[in-house]
Design a protein around this ligand. Structure first.
Ligand SMILES: Nc1ncnc2c1ncn2[C@@H]1O[C@H](COP(=O)(O)OP(=O)(O)OP(=O)(O)O)[C@@H](O)[C@H]1O
Ligand SMILES: [Mg+2]
Length: 277
C-alpha cells in the first residue's frame, strides 16, 4: 500500500552467543502509515532493537534478517552507508529517552538544532538560524533567541527534550521514532511532551513510532498499538481498545502501570530537580 510509509515483514534480530544465536526479535511484521503507532511491552521484549533496526542503528554484533524492511518504497537492507546518512538526516528522526545524552554539552543549542540543515541543505547561515528559531518556537520554548544561544546545561530536562524534538523536526522527516521519549521526565512534563509530539505529528503529516512501556499513557496519544513479548508481536489493537483488551498479556500490562511511588525507580537517569519546561 502506497500510504504505508514503513513496511516491516518478517524482521528477525539475533545476537551471537556461546550457545548459538539468541533471537531478540523474532519474525515480526508491521506497517506504519501517517499515524501514531505505539510499540509496547515489558523490558527486554525487543522494542528498542526493532526501532534501531528501522534506523539502521543496531549494535554491530546484531544479525538482522527481514523479508522486507522498506521506507517510502525504498528497501533499507540494500542501503549504502551514505544512503543511511541521507535518510537519517532528512527522512527519519530518532528521539531518545534523555536529552542529556543526546545533546552535546560543548555546543550551543542553536548549532545543534541547525546541524541537519548544515549537513543536508544548502541554506545560508542566516536562513538556518531563522529556521532554527522558528522550530524552537514551534516546540513551545519560550524566548527562542535565548534558548538558541544557550548551552544544554542551562536547560531543564523538559526544555532539553523540546530542543531534541526541534533538532529532529528541522528537516521535516516523514517518520519519527521516539524511544521512551519521556521516561526521564516527571509525569506532568511527560504529558506536555507527548501532547507536543502528537500535535506536531499531525501538523507536519508525519508518522510516529512511539516506543513505551506505559500502556495507559500510550492509549491517550497513539492510534494503534503493537504489543511485544519475548521478541514477538503478540497483540495488535486500536489504542482506544486497550482498556478492554482481550489478550491476557495485554490486560496484565495495562494493569501494571508504574505507580507514582515506583515510577522511574529503574531509571538511573531520572531527573527530578525540575518541574517546569
Ligand atoms: N548488544 C547486545 N548484545 C546482546 N543482547 C542484547 C544487546 N542489546 C540488547 N540485547 C538484548 O536484546 C533484547 C531486547 O532488547 P531491547 O533493548 O530491544 O528491549 P526493550 O524492549 O527496548 O526493553 P526496555 O523496555 O528495557 O528498553 C534484550 O533481551 C537485551 O538483553
Ligand atoms: Mg528499550
Amino acid at each position: 500500500m502506497a500510504d504505508q510509509l514503513l513496511k516491516v515483514e518478517d524482521l528477525t534480530i539475533s545476537f551471537p552467543s556461546d550457545a548459538g544465536p539468541v533471537g531478540v526479535v523474532r519474525s515480526i511484521s508491521f506497517e506504519v502509515g501517517r499515524e501514531i503507532v505505539a510499540l509496547v511491552g515489558e523490558s527486554g521484549s525487543g522494542k528498542s532493537m526493532t526501532g534501531r533496526a528501522v534506523m539502521g542503528l543496531l549494535p554491530r554484533r546484531a544479525e538482522v534478517r527481514a523479508k522486507t524492511l522498506s521506507f517510502d518504497g525504498q528497501e533499507l537492507q540494500s542501503l549504502s552507508p551514505a544512503g543511511w546518512n541521507r535518510l537519517r538526516g532528512s527522512g527519519m528522526g530518532l528521539i531518545l529517552q534523555d536529552p542529556k545524552f543526546s545533546l552535546n554539552p560543548a555546543h550551543r543549542v542553536g548549532r545543534q538544532v541547525e546541524e541537519a540543515l548544515l549537513l543536508h541543505t544548502k541554506l545560508s547561515a542566516a536562513e538556518r538560524r531563522e529556521q532554527a528559531l522558528e522550530m524552537l518556537e514551534k516546540v513551545g520554548l519560550p524566548d527562542p533567541q535565548r534558548v538558541y544561544a544557550s548551552y544544554p546545561a542551562a536547560l531543564s530536562g523538559g526544555m532539553g527534550q523540546r530542543v531534541m524534538i526541534a533538532s529532529m523536526l528541522i528537516n521535516r522527516p516523514k517518520l519519527i521514532i521516539a524511544d521512551e521519549p519521556t521516561s526521564a521526565l516527571d509525569r506532568g512534563l511527560q504529558d506536555q511532551i507527548l501532547t507536543l509530539l502528537r500535535s506536531l505529528t499531525e501538523a507536519f503529516g508525519m508518522s510516529l513510532l512511539l516506543i513505551s512501556h506505559d500502556l495507559q499513557q500510550v492509549s491517550r496519544y497513539a492510534d494503534r498499538v503493537l504489543v511485544m513479548r519475548h521478541g514477538e508481536i503478540v497483540d495488535r489493537l486500536g489504542a482506544s481498545a486497550l482498556a478492554d483488551a482481550q489478550s491476557p498479556y495485554t490486560r496484565a500490562l495495562w494493569a501494571a502501570r508504574p505507580s507514582a511511588a515506583t515510577y522511574g525507580t529503574h531509571l538511573p537517569t531520572l531527573d527530578t530537580e525540575e518541574q517546569t519546561s
